[in-house]
Ligand binder design. Sequence first.
Ligand code: FAD
Length: 382
Amino acid sequence: MKISVQQSDILVEVERFSEERIHPYAKEFELNEELPSELIREMGEKGYLTASIPKEYGGLGLDPVQFGLFIEQIGKSCNSIRELITVHNSLVGETIVRWGTKEQKEKWLPLMTQGKRIAAFALSEPNVGTDARNVETHYRKEGNQYMITGVKKWISFADIADVFLVIAAHEEEGQVTAFLVEREWEGIKTTRMTGLLASKASHIAEVEFMDVVVPAENVLGPVGGGFSYIASYGLDHGRYNIAWGAVAIAQASLEAMISYSRKRTQFGKKLCEFDLMQAIIADATTKIHAARALCLHAGRMRLKRDPDSIMETTMAKYFSSKMVMEVTTDAVQAHGGNGFSNQYPVERFFREAKLLEIIEGTSQVLQLMIAQHSISKNYEKR
Ligand SMILES: Cc1cc2nc3c(=O)[nH]c(=O)nc-3n(C[C@H](O)[C@H](O)[C@H](O)COP(=O)(O)OP(=O)(O)OC[C@H]3O[C@@H](n4cnc5c(N)ncnc54)[C@H](O)[C@@H]3O)c2cc1C
């Protein structure tokens, strides 16, 4: 894989930024249940919030492999910041790059790449999650504009977002369409969700749309293509992020458990000297290696725009998100009682890992997709 000097410079730079400006404060972000606006602004100015958006729109223009490695560096320090980039850059930004009109790209992308506008992806609802084609949020057309009504739930960064990519169904015909809805318009109410297991700093909110008037120029992609084209495209990009985000949390957990096992003494020996502790470390190291290899393979296929990259990404996300649950569970185990305390980072990693099996397609729905693909391909053709 050829890496341009400029792109590898960005990775060195982001590793340092992540270590110095994010890692020391990740626990504080969670306790405060928010990301500091100055940090978001600074990351916007550096182009970090839109690292894979093409340079012509002000993004860093990282290719998929480099972007994956970038996400790993950020995700090792703070999963909520990784989530911000996933939603803003990938679920919404990449989708506008692919499906937006010239006017939509010119309006939104420069603002998003500078971090002057934050975007959220509004698909899930109180009654609709995995069955995402059947959204209840609905729209009707009146002249040259659309009226949207409904409630979206679990929307990351909805609390601070300036624009929502909203998936809604026609009130009578049921065809699903995507809209770019601006927060300042009348009839939008966000309510912050609290009491969450993790992602406490991800500004998650419910969003209510009450007869919100949306001009026709804010339809994203084809009318009726809201799920097949827009949501599916965004979710594929989101899955690629989550796969790398899982590698990131698992790598951070491995480093934490090795550091701990090199310091902690029991029976007169360091924990890392015990065979059974070494078995945990060996398994975690190998699983992370395998997950990273799947992610890199998916990244190389995405770089070549290979249509099979979608399934490769699905498998990488499925495998990595299961892997990170296993590794973070072992990392807590390796810390003994201290693994139960928020004085040690593995407690947070363990909680954050669980999310990755739920968002951007639960493990079960990904299993269904992988099985269908496999059944259609892997049979004896002689
Ligand atoms: C922290 C967090 C952040 C999120 N951020 C966003 C966001 O920014 N934007 C957004 O739109 N959504 C977001 N979500 C929502 C997320 O995408 C959904 O939670 C997810 O799609 C699952 O939907 P659900 O919660 O309704 O679960 P359900 O669909 O009700 O599923 C419940 C369980 O049933 C299983 N299940 C469902 N159908 C099947 C089936 N056919 N076969 C077998 N098992 C099945 C599921 O795998 C799951 O285990 C977020 C969620 C969380 C927790």
